[in-house]
Design a binder for this molecule. Structure first.
Ligand SMILES: [Zn+2]
Length: 235
């Protein structure tokens, strides 16, 4: 009996030590934690029935939110996320700092929603450029899956990647939902192509195009990508 108690105590000590290491690793991921506040685990998918999946999503959240903050550039272009909640319906971004995921949402859906936070405070959140929001969120998701998610690639990734080898006509010929593909996948594939499928080039492109918008005081995205996002057709 005493031996059991001793073993239990040793195991508990070890667990506490491992927990401590996990916490410090998580803390070191988020640099400038005061300047760039992040939500606490207590506000992340708190009602999730699958706590193992919740923890996996959280680990991705910490990494990908940090990348999204880098793409915001400055604090005034970032609205701190306060809650990621579980709810019915599809994944959704809400102004005010809330993301909603469903119990079947995967990490990729979360990456997309996180980037809405960047887009909605960017130079592009106005005029015709605003139509490019879904394309940019999917392009960001693609970059994050490529950089951080170990293989095999998700079917979502493979599907979008296949678009980068096709013409508009070929995409439309095989599309099951033309309006969706014209708004999400096809513009995303144009952004990914211009970025050479490389996250650093995507980052540079994101900042350069915003600078261009600011200099010109006008829309730039339709003409830059040769695609009219409002009509869903090449120029
Ligand atoms: Zn979206």
């Amino acid at each position: 009996m005493k031996l059991c108690l001793l073993v239990a105590l040793v195991v508990m000590r070890l667990l506490v030590a491992v927990q401590g290491q996990t916490n410090s690793a998580a803390a070191s991921i988020s640099t400038n934690i005061v300047l760039w506040p992040t939500l606490s685990y207590a506000n992340f998918m708190v009602d999730a029935p699958d706590q193992i999946k919740r923890r996996q999503l959280w680990n991705y959240f910490l990494i990908v939110e940090r990348e999204a903050k880098r793409l915001a550039g400055t604090l005034d272009h970032w609205e701190p996320l306060k809650t990621v909640k579980l709810g019915p319906g599809g994944p959704m971004w809400f102004s005010g700092g809330t993301l909603r995921l469903s119990d079947v949402s995967d990490h990729g859906a979360m990456f997309h929603e996180i980037f809405h936070n960047d887009f909605n405070r960017s130079q592009f959140h106005q005029g015709d450029d605003n139509g490019w929001g879904e394309g940019f969120c999917d392009a960001f998701r693609y970059m994050m899956e490529k950089k951080y998610v170990p293989g095999p690639r998700t079917s979502w990734f493979e599907y979008l990647d296949s678009f980068t080898y096709l013409t508009y006509e070929q995409v439309m010929a095989k599309s099951g939902d033309k309006h969706f593909d014209q708004t999400y996948f096809y513009p995303a594939s144009l952004i990914i192509r211009k970025s050479g499928k490389d996250f650093e080039r995507f980052t540079a492109l994101w900042f350069e195009l915003q600078a261009l918008h600011q200099r010109r005081h006008s829309d730039v995205l339709n003409s830059y990508f040769g695609y009219n996002i409002q009509k869903g057709k090449p120029l």
